[in-house]
Design a binder for this molecule. Sequence first.
Ligand code: FMN
Length: 364
Amino acid sequence: MSPLLQTELTRRLGCQYPIIQTAMGWVSDANLVIATTKGGGFGFLAGATIEASRLEGEIQKVIDATGGSNFGLNFHMFQENAMQCVELAIKYRLKAVSYGRGPDKKTIARLKAAGVLCIPTVGAVKHAIKAVELGADMITIQGSEGGGHTGGVPTTILLPQVLDAVDVPVIAAGGYSTGRGLASALAAGAAGIAMGTRFMMTSDSPTPQLTLERYLAVQDPQKIRVTLAVDGMRHRMVENAFIHKLEGASPLRKLWIALSSARQWKRETGMTFGHMVSTFFKAVKEDPAQMSQVVMSANQPVLLQRSMVQGFPDEGILPSGQVAAAINELISAPELIASIAGDAETCLEALCARANGQALEEAS
Ligand SMILES: Cc1cc2nc3c(=O)[nH]c(=O)nc-3n(C[C@H](O)[C@H](O)[C@H](O)COP(=O)(O)O)c2cc1C
């Protein structure tokens, strides 16, 4: 194994390559994490969308298949079962947890004391500094080109800023899919890369075929853009009929779309038609703009499931990094990791050879 790819990330996380598969709602399940682990990368389970009753089973599934707990769990403190995630990470001595809205200092200290590394994802320098103050062991930066909820600063600007600002290893995310990308991140000083979209677009991803075909069909990175229409936050996704409908709708119409999608797609939430209509009229009296946002945000999981689980890409949302426009094939996660590692090694060897050649020239 090339020493060029051995970093603080591989050392601390105990994986072969400095390549992380991030947590993606309804995508990063046990099977994807198993494939990533077997391929020599480090995978995170999407603890925010795995049902609380199934979470421990998913963790055990990865442990059974990989023979250890060299993987991570992602969660956010706003989810109902956040503390269950913390307890399970400690119980199974998982190698790491990742989070956006993270736990308090005391909980972070508990995780660390149990040997669980805390690796938050941030989109701004000030959040990186704050996360380190709270105890983060490493930081993942996500540049604005990244998929799902994302900040406004591109990876090429954010990575060097955060590398300068903190003294823990920094992992680069947002826009990566190639060995050249990994080589550039390592050359800049990152400990490795983390990828969401690229792992979602593998044959180990549980994403339905029709939805994956929609991702593969996108050729123009401008068509993978940020919208505020779903929950009022910056959310990068592939433009589709649903997003057009949402963005073009008046606040009232938006509210109606949100409520009817909740009724149509999530009968199990128990929302009856009567309740939907009464909520609608109540909101009309108050502030429809605010209300539609609240309902839409609560509805987000439903909108995601329609496309990402049930396979109707035009009836839900398609979170994606801009890098999807540069991806044309689905290969397995181990094949992906091997090819990225091999190409990165070639790039870095060429860089070293160039530096050595210049040194020799100068010496002669
Ligand atoms: C389909 C999809 C779903 C995602 N879901 C989550 C999530 O549930 N929690 C989270 O912290 N990040 C989520 N993300 C963000 C990724 O974990 C990761 O930070 C991002 O994809 C990195 O940028 P990239 O897509 O350019 O690789 C999601 C991203 C995608 C593409």
